[in-house]
Every structure is written in structure tokens, then in C-alpha cells.
Design a protein around this ligand. Structure first.
Ligand SMILES: Nc1ncnc2c1ncn2[C@@H]1O[C@H](COP(=O)(O)OP(=O)(O)OP(=O)(O)O)[C@@H](O)[C@H]1O
Length: 593
């Protein structure tokens, strides 16, 4: 199916706009056809040397009048087409953006950011060009050709017309030959652009690592290699692209040669007048743009088609997380029960979680500890519904978490990771990101709970300080506390801190944990940590090893078990005592409160 066929749903949706546009095109062409005929008559009258002043003004006035009329109609036709293409771009852009937001984590693991950006920029522009320039070139060219050829036959001579337009199929043949080459070159160019975007994106994101490891020169070399490859590929695109224009010129020149020789002989044999030959020449001139148009058209269509296919491919991908449209809208207060028999990541067949059974009563705090890579974060991801494909069941307030509407369920959770993304806006708006209606007092309250208020006070513009990519640099601990404030401000039913205190010092950690205990007595809190001090006062602590719970109980019970937990606790105590002796402070005490 051609790209126009693929976009038919859109043209049908906006048929009024296009019908109106086509009507303007019809009137444009009618007005355009009159002038060459008038010029022909005018020439004949001049040649006969019987021109009166009145006739002169009549011809000049009429030609001017039809030219103005044609410009008005053409303006209306073009604005309608461009309005349509802007609508198409908007529709596709919204669809793609909505789709990106709906997709699950594995989608973003599989796709490169540069590719996703290229779909949203280059590809959408190429499709938009089909609905603007493409439609314009096709309809305009075809209609002009039909109107011009008919006018040539009526006003001049059918034989001259037939011979004059005979070279034109040569153009179609040339375009047919070049188009597949153009498509292949353009696809390669898009891929090269994606690779270049990915390289730039990775270098910018990893600039600190590149600098600290002294790899600037190597990275510049790698970038230059990509640039060179992209230039080579784009040169090929430009080479094929530039063949289209001259080809149209050559074909038109052949038509003019035919017109001069055959048309001249018709004038000499008195079959047509000089005026008619002049009209014919003007009509032939009108065919130059449609020939160029058609030459360019295939090019635009090829690009548009390749881009549309790529966008459709992305849009057709289904998220592994399916929103239950009829799911529960309100998340109530209740216990969490986790019974996972088995879970493995979609792209990795090794089992990550096995036989994980847990019950967290409403208002309790669960601590999760364990070796690196033992499955702690994976369990959190299942709770957050980033993956739905596990055997077993997780319930919240006695309902399967998959039975809630995703948006409602996620609103009930405040999640803070070890590394958190800050948006390029003020501290205030970052804290109230989940609910922009929160007041300054509420923002401050959340910041105080996260032990961040004093830090913000010392920022250059307090809560108005810009953070994120274009703002001040926050320390790792400040970022973590800002993310904690962002989660606390919505007072979530479930708060999950996933190694979210790793960058704050022991005294601040203690302060935050105390506040959480005081303010979240009715709400559930899950703390994943490497530091035992973070989970010490939890109602239950579980120890993960190779995706299984290997120890569970309260702090004292676990210490008494003399297993991995007790061993870690001892080690961390020794480290803290050592640090205290070095600094002469007593902040690091991790004793139970
Ligand atoms: N998206 C993923 N796809 C495939 N495998 C993954 C993915 N995320 C994690 N894993 C693997 O799952 C296992 C458990 O990882 P997980 O992040 O849950 O560990 P963790 O206990 O939270 O570790 P850490 O303490 O380092 O945060 C690891 O072997 C990890 O390599």
C-alpha cells in the first residue's frame, strides 16, 4: 500500500478540509488556464497590426485579473493543505508520546533513546511532509497536467500536444529507476542519524565518567568516526536526490525542442497561428513545476513511507503492563500480601525470584536487606507493577494489585530509588511534582520530614532555586532527600525507599527514620537497604539471597540467628566505631531506638 493509502484514515477524518482545499485548487487551475489563451490571442492581434488601445488595456487588465484570482485561490488551497499536515503531525506526535508513556520498562531497555528521539523528530517530519508537500505535489501536479493538456488540445492543436508531451514518460521512468535507491539510502541515513544521536546522548549523559577516566580524546575520536560515517551516507542521499532535478530539466528541454521544430512547421503550414504557438509555449512552461513536483514527489513519498513504517512499528508494540480499564479506581488502606512462586525477566531466562512469601500489615515497616543482586529491587519492581508476568499473586487491601487501575494504584505508592531524576525546574516544583496544587507550607513540611529544609534555605534562591539539568548541582544526599520529600508530600499509602538513604550521613538517616516512624504510623513503609541501620527498627526484616528469603524476623531475632544479617551488622558496627574514633564524633550509633 502506498503511503497515501496508509494515511487514508487521516484524510477521511478531515475530508471537509481536503474537499474545500481541492475546490480551491480547481478554481486555481481554471484561472491559470485563461492567461496563456489570452496571451496567444494578444500575439495574433499584434501580428495582424490591428490592435486598438482599448484592446491593449483589455488584454493587460484581463491577464492581471486572472493572475490575482489564481494567486488568491492558490493561497487558499495551500493553506488548507498545510493546515491538514499540521493536524496530522499533531495527531501522530500525541499518539507517539502517549505510547512512550504507556510502555513498560523492558521497552526502554530494548530501545535506544536516540532511536526513540529520531522517531519523534525526523520520522514525524518526514510523514508530515507527505501530507503537506506530498499532497501538494501530487494533486497539484496531476491536476495542472490534466488542465494544461486539455487546454493545449482545445486552444492549440492535439497533434502538437501529443508530440510535445511525448517525452514526459521518460521522467516517470527515471523516477521509477531512482526511487528504490533513494529509499535504501534514506533508510541508511536515518539509521546513521540514530547512531549519532545515541552517541551524543551517551557522551553527554556520561560526561563525568569520560572526564574522570581521561577518555575525552578517545570519545571525540569515536564521535568523529560516527560523524564521518553519517556524512558518507548523507552524501549518497544527496547524490541520488540531486539526480531528480536535472532529469526533469532535460526532459522539459526535449519537449521544448519538439515544440520549436514541430510547432514551427505547423505555423509555416498555417495549421496554427503564431499566437497559438506562443500559447503552447506558455502552457508547456506551466508543466515545468508539475514535472519537478512529480520528480520530488516520489522522493518525499519514499522517505515518508519508510518513516511511517518505523513509527507504526513502534506504535504497534504492546506494553507488557496492561491497564485494566474497569479496574478499581480507589486504593484503600490495607495489608500487602506477596506470594511469588517464580519470576524471571523477559529477556533473561534465569529465575530471579523464587518462593517469596511476605505479609506486611497496614502501618508496618518492612526492611529488606541482602547481597548485591539478590533480588531486592526486583521485588520492588513487581510491587510497582513494572512487570506483571510472574507466577503467584500480590494483593493490596485484599485485592490483586493487577485488579486496580494502574494510575490509581501507582498514586498510592511513593517510590524513591537510589538515583533519582530531577526535573529542570525549581526545588518547589520538583517536590510537588506529583501534585502541583500543594502549597508552599505543604512543600516545606515534606522538605522538613526529609531533613532537607535547612539545605534549601541555604540555596541561592531557596525553594525557587532551579535544579535538574540547568540548575544548581545538588549533592547525592540532597538529591536523595529531595526525592524522599517528593514521595512524602503525597502521604502515600505505601512508601518504598529503595536504597534511598545510601548517600545521607548516619545522623540524617536517623532523623529521617524517626520522622517516618512518627508520621507514618497508619501507613506502610518498605525500606530496601545495604546499611543495617536503615532497617533496624522495622517490624520485620527479610534477608534475600539468590532470589529467596533466607532469614526473617526482627533485628534482635536476626542478630541472635547468627546468620548473614548478624555478620553484616557486626561488620558495619566495627566500621562505624572505627570512623567515630577517627572523627571523634558519636553520630554513627546505630543502636535500636
Ligand atoms: N531489567 C533486568 N533484566 C534482566 N535482569 C535483571 C534486570 N534487572 C535486574 N536483573 C538481574 O536480576 C538479579 C537481581 O537484581 P536486583 O536489582 O533485584 O538485585 P538487588 O538485590 O536489588 O541488588 P542491589 O543491592 O545491587 O540493588 C540480578 O542478577 C540482576 O542482574
Amino acid at each position: 500500500m502506498t503511503i497515501f493509502g496508509k494515511l487514508m484514515w487521516f484524510f477521511k477524518e478531515h475530508k471537509k478540509l481536503y474537499i474545500l482545499g481541492l475546490s480551491f485548487l480547481f478554481f486555481t487551475e481554471v484561472s491559470q488556464m485563461v492567461s496563456p489563451a489570452l496571451i496567444g490571442h494578444f500575439t495574433d492581434v499584434i501580428v495582424s497590426r490591428q490592435m486598438t488601445m482599448n484592446q491593449l488595456f483589455f488584454y493587460a487588465g484581463s491577464i492581471l485579473f486572472f493572475a490575482i484570482l489564481m494567486y488568491i485561490f492558490r493561497y487558499m488551497w495551500i493553506t488548507h493543505i498545510f493546515q491538514g499536515s499540521a493536524l496530522l503531525e499533531k495527531t501522530l506526535r500525541q499518539k507517539l508520546f502517549d505510547h512512550y508513556l504507556k510502555m513498560d520498562t523492558t521497552f526502554y531497555q530494548r530501545k535506544r533513546t536516540g532511536d526513540l528521539m529520531a522517531h519523534a523528530t525526523n520520522d514525524l517530519s518526514a510523514v508530515q511532509r507527505v501530507a503537506s508537500g506530498g499532497v501538494l505535489m501530487l494533486v497539484d501536479s496531476v491536476v495542472i497536467i490534466i488542465f494544461t493538456v486539455i487546454s493545449m488540445i482545445i486552444v492549440v492543436d492535439w497533434r502538437l500536444t501529443l508530440i510535445g508531451v511525448l517525452p514526459l514518460p521518460l521522467l516517470a521512468g527515471g523516477v521509477w529507476y531512482l526511487s528504490p535507491k533513494m529509499r535504501r539510502a534514506f533508510t541508511a541515513s536515518q539509521e546513521a542519524f540514530s547512531r549519532l544521536s545515541n552517541k551524543s546522548q551517551e557522551s553527554i549523559a556520561g560526561i563525568k565518567a569520560i572526564k574522570t577516566l581521561g577518555q575525552e580524546n578517545l570519545d571525540v575520536d569515536a564521535f568523529n568516526t560516527e560523524v564521518q560515517k553519517t556524512i558518507q551516507i548523507n552524501k549518497k542521499v544527496a547524490f541520488i536526490d540531486s539526480l531528480f532535478g536535472p532529469m526533469a530539466t532535460v526532459v522539459m528541454t526535449i519537449s521544448y525542442v519538439v515544440m520549436i521544430t514541430y510547432g514551427g512547421s505547423l505555423v509555416l503550414s498555417d495549421t496554427i497561428s503564431i499566437g497559438q504557438l506562443v500559447s503552447f509555449s506558455t502552457y508547456l512552461g506551466l508543466l515545468v513545476w508539475p514535472m519537478f513536483g512529480l520528480g520530488q514527489l516520489f522522493n518525499v513519498l519514499e522517505r515518508g513511507n519508510a518513516s511511517y513504517m518505523r513509527v507504526q512499528e513502534i506504535l504497534s508494540e504492546k506494553s507488557a503492563i496492561i491497564e485494566d480499564e474497569k479496574g478499581y479506581e480507589i486504593v484503600t488502606h490495607g495489608d500487602i500480601e506477596i506470594n511469588i512462586d517464580q519470576f524471571e525477566y523477559p529477556d533473561d531466562a534465569a529465575n530471579v525470584l523464587n518462593d517469596v512469601s511476605l505479609k506486611i500489615s497496614a502501618g508496618d515497616t518492612l526492611g529488606i536487606v541482602g547481597r548485591v543482586g539478590s533480588g531486592k529491587t526486583t521485588l520492588v519492581k513487581l510491587l510497582l507493577r513494572q512487570f506483571d508476568d510472574y507466577s503467584g499473586k500480590i494483593t493490596f487491601a485484599n485485592k490483586d494489585i493487577k485488579a486496580y487501575k494502574l494510575s490509581a494504584y501507582r498514586k498510592a505508592i511513593g517510590y524513591v530509588a537510589q538515583e533519582n531524576f530531577l526535573f529542570s525546574t525549581t526545588v518547589r516544583d520538583n517536590i510537588r511534582f506529583a501534585d502541583v496544587n500543594k502549597t508552599q507550607a505543604e512543600v516545606e513540611e515534606a522538605a522538613k520530614m526529609a531533613a532537607l529544609h535547612e539545605d534549601i534555605f541555604n540555596f541561592p534562591e531557596g525553594y525557587d532555586t532551579q535544579v535538574g539539568e540547568h540548575g544548581v548541582s545538588l549533592s547525592g544526599g540532597q538529591k536523595q532527600r529531595l526525592a524522599i520529600a517528593r514521595a512524602l508530600i503525597i502521604n502515600p499509602e505505601i512508601l518504598i525507599l529503595d536504597d534511598a538513604l545510601s548517600a545521607v550521613d548516619a545522623r540524617t538517616e536517623k532523623q529521617i527514620l524517626r520522622t517516618l516512624k512518627e508520621t507514618r504510623q497508619e501507613k506502610t513503609t518498605i525500606i530496601v537497604a545495604h546499611r543495617i541501620s536503615s532497617v533496624i527498627s522495622a517490624n520485620e526484616i527479610v534477608v534475600f539471597d539468590k532470589g529467596r528469603i533466607v532469614e526473617r524476623g526482627q533485628h534482635d531475632e536476626l542478630v541472635a540467628q547468627q546468620g548473614w544479617y548478624a555478620h553484616m551488622y557486626e561488620q558495619q558496627q566495627v566500621a562505624i566505631t572505627f570512623e567515630e574514633n577517627l572523627s571523634g564524633k558519636g553520630d554513627g550509633d546505630v543502636g535500636t531506638e
